[in-house]
Design a protein around this ligand. Structure first.
Ligand code: ZN
Ligand code: FE
Length: 756
């Protein structure tokens, strides 16, 4: 039987991950003649073979594919006969359609790490070492198809040695686009804060930098997705200085140590947390402190610390010099702006923060922060999805139009979707500074171009004041379909999409704030929902949020409002500051109504004396959780559930709980105990309401969403209660509970609506 000619099309993350050398190896093993190439749709293989051989070849491709690849589909068809005599890797063919996926940035692999410290290796101590299995990708790619001239490595022509490796299909660096070596590669530079060049010798830079770090200096170091601020985490003076310079009194700093051994000296690490720390994404993992090793100012008032292991060659080289030190490695930025990734902005924004700067001449095209995860009862949960995960798409079970979803203004990520793919952007930040807004718009353009998605459907939140809503209007420009999705419906739709269900569920959204259909601020929601539609089945009772958004920082105002709601205005306190706010509330001036559970946590934290005003959104709630962890009471204070006749929602009145907390505190009950009683009561209430709603609707599936569930204690309690009461529980997997999931939920809801 004569050989025929077949074309095998492989789609998925198959470029920049060593796929062509893999195919080359397979072809050699099977003695196949033909060719393999990258094009804008993925990888294309043409071979001479017999028809019966094809299933075996496809199976081998799927079964043995390289570590960083992710195959979406393998399709084979017979084409016009061509005779090949050898198997070749050929150059990229450009077609019009761009749908090739782009791999995420990846920690350097074990092979590269060994070469980095091998005196006899050509790349000994070369701080930009990488190979087909590791290194930067998303952060350096300008456009597809992914090859060197479309990356920020284009200005470093390969030397003859690198070129020969690049051209050799049996080499680990075959077609590794970011490859280079000490002869032809990029370099690092050390500057002081006046932008005076101090050194351009890597060895010297690392020695000087290690000394600076030991001596309490703050060094900005270029990483993969942007600049980190590094400093000695044991030095309280340095921590205090950094907090002052960054104007960041509370938000915890992430740590980095040389390896697991150092981490285990002071942190509790479970098997699954160990795996996450060593994963190629190298995320920050939040771990419980078991021994004091770092300054209290790393995470003031908290017993959990965020830590990651080195992932760039430079980080490995620095830790070789300071092997037992704990460094803080926090995003180089101002407050909640995105991580800084270019030099101009670096000196402009951080010259008052860092003492020294390590820059390089390899440009970062796309900034991304480190991803953040935590583990609760053996399940990992995402807090911030960025480096290492982005831009791997999610596969939806339904195909659909080209959709843009703007996300939320808080903890923003946006999303673009086409066919069955959803591309969720990296964490952008809070859209409240011009710089963040500018990066948001720039990143949208980059994603549209990279994944060639020209949206015809434009989705945003209902919030009329959101920057993201305005941008969506502008992008839509009266052409195409414009859809708005209520904030908490988006939260629940995201969980439903990730769990691949079209069913109706009871969705809980315990959240910060989100604009409601009635114009009030929602966030204590029980919705009967599928992805397409929802009804509000129960919610917490409204209380005024005096000063509106401003009250989010001055949590004592929320506490005061809860007190007045519970006890009446006759409890007006004497102090003048409080009297003014009480009057605002009474007269309804600038006091929007709110039923957010996030704000309820803030208010209770203030009433119990843990927080007065805060510098970052979850601060008061985190301190309340920490207090609860110090107690072990199982006491519950009840709340009042009313309403629920016909189509009216149930109303959960939190005032009885607030009253009992205050009375108990006055009687001398410890506030730590009361913090735990509050958590117990919230978890108890949730299950009570769910049981009422199950009786009414016969729905047994529950979806949990909303940023409040980043509270591990509450999350554990609610999940346990759901298990006891035999509910089926849907949880986010790779999406955060918080507003980072909103864009994804907006896409899910829009797709479901357009289907009908
Ligand atoms: Zn490598
Ligand atoms: Fe939210």
């Amino acid at each position: 039987m004569a050989d025929k000619t077949f074309e095998i099309r492989v789609r998925g993350i198959v470029q920049g991950v060593g796929f062509r050398p893999f195919i080359y190896r397979v072809a050699n093993e099977l003695s196949l003649a033909g060719e393999v190439l990258n094009d804008t749709e993925g990888v294309l293989i043409r071979i001479n073979a017999k028809a019966f051989e094809i299933p075996g070849i496809e199976m081998k491709i799927r079964g043995e594919s390289p570590a960083l690849s992710k195959i979406n589909s393998v399709e084979t068809k017979e084409i016009e006969n061509r005779i090949f005599t050898t198997f070749e890797v050929v150059d990229s063919e450009i077609t019009n359609q761009k749908s090739a996926f782009i791999p995420p940035d990846t920690a350097i692999c074990e092979d590269c790490r060994k070469e980095l410290f091998d005196k006899n290796d050509h790349r000994y101590k070369f701080p930009f070492i990488n190979c087909t299995n590791c290194g930067p990708r998303f952060s350096i790619i300008r456009d597809v198809p992914y090859d060197r001239k479309q990356t920020s490595m284009d200005k470093f022509p390969m030397c003859s040695k690198c070129r020969s490796e690049y051209d050799d299909p049996s080499d680990r660096r075959f077609h590794t686009e970011p490859t280079s070596c000490p002869i032809c590669g990029p370099r690092y530079f050390l500057y002081d804060k006046n932008k005076k060049l101090l050194s351009e010798q890597t060895g010297e830079i690392i020695s000087i930098c290690s000394e600076y770090l030991k001596n309490g200096k703050i060094v900005a170091i270029k990483g993969e997705g942007g600049y980190h601020l590094a400093a000695n985490a044991r030095n309280s003076d340095t921590m205090r200085e950094l907090r002052e310079r960054k104007q960041r009194p509370f938000k915890p700093f992430a740590l980095m140590v040389k390896d697991l051994g150092v981490a285990e000296e002071f942190l509790e690490i479970s098997e699954i947390e160990r795996k996450l720390l060593l994963g190629r994404e190298r995320p920050i993992v939040i771990l419980k402190e078991k021994k004091k090793k770092v300054s209290d100012l790393v995470a003031p008032g908290l017993t959990h610390l965020g830590i990651m292991l080195p992932y760039t060659p430079l980080q490995h080289l620095i830790f070789e010099k300071i092997y037992d030190m704990v460094l803080i490695m926090t995003s180089g930025n101002i407050s909640d702006e995105p991580i800084i990734s270019d030099e101009e902005e670096l000196f402009e924004k951080l010259s008052g923060v860092a003492d020294y700067f390590i820059t390089s001449d390899r440009e970062i095209i796309q900034q991304s922060d480190d991803s953040v995860l935590f583990v609760n009862d053996k399940s990992p949960y995402m807090i911030r999805r960025a480096k290492g995960f982005v831009p791997i798409p999610f596969f939806s079970s339904h195909s659909g139009s080209n959709i843009f979803a703007a996300g939320s203004d808080i903890k923003n990520s946006f999303a673009l979707s086409k066919e069955d793919l959803i591309f969720l952007s990296q964490y952008i930040g809070d859209l409240e500074s011009p710089l963040t807004e500018q990066k948001y718009i720039k990143t949208i353009d980059h994603f549209k171009n990279l994944f060639e998605i020209e949206p015809t459907v434009f989705v945003s939140d209902l919030h009329p004041g959101y920057f993201s809503t305005k941008i969506t209007d502008r992008l839509w420009n009266n052409s195409g379909t414009r859809i708005k999705v209520q904030h908490h419906h988006a939260h629940i739709a995201a969980v439903l999409e990730e769990n691949n269900t079209d069913d109706k569920v009871i969705g809980i959204s315990f959240d910060g704030t989100g604009f409601g259909e009635d114009g009030n601020i929602w966030g204590g929601e029980f919705l009967i929902a599928n992805k397409r539609e929802y009804s509000r089945a129960a919610h917490f009772s409204y209380f005024p949020l005096p000063g509106g958004e401003a009250a989010i920082k001055d949590v004592w105002r929320i506490g005061l409002s809860l007190l007045i709601t519970a006890f009446g205005k006759d409890t007006l306190p004497a102090d003048p500051k409080r009297k003014i706010i009480a009057e605002l509330i009474e007269k309804g001036i600038n006091s929007p109504l709110c039923c957010s559970v996030g704000r309820l946590f803030d208010g209770v934290s203030s009433i119990l004396g843990f927080s007065d005003s805060i510098s970052t959104e979850s601060e008061a709630a985190q301190l309340l959780e920490e207090a609860a962890l110090r107690s072990d009471t199982s006491q519950v204070f009840p709340m009042e559930i009313t309403g629920g006749t016909k189509t009216d929602p149930l109303i959960i009145n939190s005032s009885p709980l607030v009253k009992k907390l205050v009375e108990s505190k006055e009687r001398g009950v410890s506030v730590d105990d009361l913090a735990l009683v509050f958590h117990n009561s919230m978890a108890d209430l949730a299950i009570k309401v769910l049981k009422l709603l199950r009786e009414k609707t016969n729905i047994n599936k529950v979806a949990l969403s909303g940023g409040v569930f980043h509270n591990r204690l509450l999350l554990s309690m609610v999940i346990k209660n759901l298990e006891t009461e035999k509910f089926e529980t849907l949880l986010p997997e790779e999406l955060p509970f918080n507003d980072g999931a909103i864009a994804f939920g907006q896409i899910a809801s829009a797709k479901a609506r357009l289907k009908n």
